[in-house]
Design a protein around this ligand. Structure first.
Ligand SMILES: *Cc1c(COP(=O)(O)O)cnc(C)c1O
Length: 375
């Protein structure tokens, strides 16, 4: 058996090498490293895949979120709602722009933002909401869009963990996650579901004006060369990364399928384990399993992780310290309870999941985990 890894990027690369290497070699031999043809091609391929009008490549997922927020032209002190159980980037960029992240608790079964609680936190300064589709399953977008329309909020989807997912509206229409709000953001960090060979990200929108604003901000605020209309940033998706992504995008549905098969095998393996509660699957969205994350309910999560380490089974805690407990966010925290986020930070654990998992390896992982509870 190979060494077990959280994410096996190497085997995936070996499988796709025959297509990726020539695509990269083309960019290198043309030396079109910045805004080369492969980037345009990728933006257009991704927009066709997602069924969205505009895709703008940027340098990483955090920049995507920051530029999306900059495009909204909010005023200092304006408030933006975010879940308190998420990766730091979601809330960090809000604070960086002089806006106020309003951290809201999440749902215990889906780990996604609790809209009932969000409704209690609306003020005259609330201007936007950034739902996160945590671990690869969409937040309840229909409910969020209704809530946003009622309160006149922009919706920016943090789709860094859920690219490729499908969202089913109650009227039966299906749309890709990240395309339902005003703006969608994603990351192509190597371990993400659609990962490149370094940093990368993208922003998507149906809205022509927002798209123009986003392109301008990402390019030093220039509507045309050497004309600077607003303060912008320099954030580009490298052509080399776009070449990798062009190949991998063709595999994205297969990647999701492979991840789902791994998740199903875990679900099955833990069915009779009364100390493990799996993430609830919702009807309105499929799950593309950026992470396979469960709750350990006997208070032994950290001991389980230690034990797994001794058996060479890696595991991760996403996320061990809630945002509102972080020093950097202390000034945005007003003492609300965040009971669920607190509980999740103590109970969640993520097990290895990737596109190259072998069933023999996974059975060893499952058996090792279950054995811990039988001791
Ligand atoms: C990865 C991630 C980001 C940031 O993406 P980077 O490319 O690492 O900047 C933002 N939000 C979430 C939920 C993420 O998982």
């Amino acid at each position: 058996m190979k060494d077990i890894q959280m994410v096996d990027l190497k085997t995936q690369y070996e499988r796709l090498k025959r297509r990726i290497d020539p695509a990269m070699a083309d960019v290198i031999s043309s030396c079109a490293f910045i805004k080369g043809p492969a980037l345009k091609e990728f933006e257009s391929n991704l927009s066709a895949y997602l069924g969205i009008k505009h895709v703008i490549g940027v340098a990483n997922g955090t920049d995507a979120l920051q530029i999306a927020l900059m495009a909204l032209n909010l005023n200092p002190g304006d408030e933006v709602i975010v879940p308190s159980f998420t990766y730091v980037a979601t809330a960090e960029v809000i604070g960086l722009l002089g806006l106020k992240p309003v951290m809201v608790d999440v749902d215990i079964n889906t780990y996604n933002i609790d809209i009932e609680e969000a409704a209690t936190r609306i003020t005259s300064k609330t201007k936007a909401i950034v739902p996160v589709h945590l671990y690869g399953q969409s937040a309840p977008m229909e409910e969020i869009l209704f809530f946003a329309a009622k309160n006149n909020l922009y919706v920016i989807e943090d789709n860094a963990q859920a690219i490729g997912g499908n969202y089913k509206m109650t009227d039966g229409t299906v749309a890709k996650t990240g395309t339902l709000g005003d703006i969608g953001c994603t990351s192509f960090f190597p371990s993400k579901n659609l990962g490149c060979f370094g940093d990368g990200g993208a922003i998507f929108t149906h809205n022509d004006e927002l798209a123009a604003q986003i392109r301008m901000i990402a390019n030093h605020g220039q509507p045309q060369k050497y004309v600077h209309k607003v303060l912008g940033v320099n954030s580009r998706l490298d052509t080399l990364q776009a070449a990798v992504l062009n190949v991998k995008l063709e595999e994205l549905d297969d990647f999701a399928f492979r991840r789902q098969a791994v998740a199903d095998r875990y679900d099955d393996g833990f069915k009779t384990n009364k100390h493990i509660i799996c993430q609830r699957k919702v009807e309105y969205s499929d799950h593309v399993y950026h992470q396979y994350t469960v709750r350990i309910t006997n208070g032994q999560r950290d001991q389980l992780q230690e034990y797994l380490k001794s058996k060479n089974v890696p595991s991760m805690i996403y996320y061990p310290i809630p945002l509102y407990e972080q020093e950097a966010f202390a000034k945005y925290y007003n003492g609300e309870p965040h009971e669920v986020t607190k509980q999740l930070s103590r109970e969640v654990i993520s097990f290895p999941i990737h596109t190259e998992m072998e069933s023999e390896t996974q059975d060893y992982i499952i058996n090792t985990i279950n054995l811990f509870f039988d001791k």
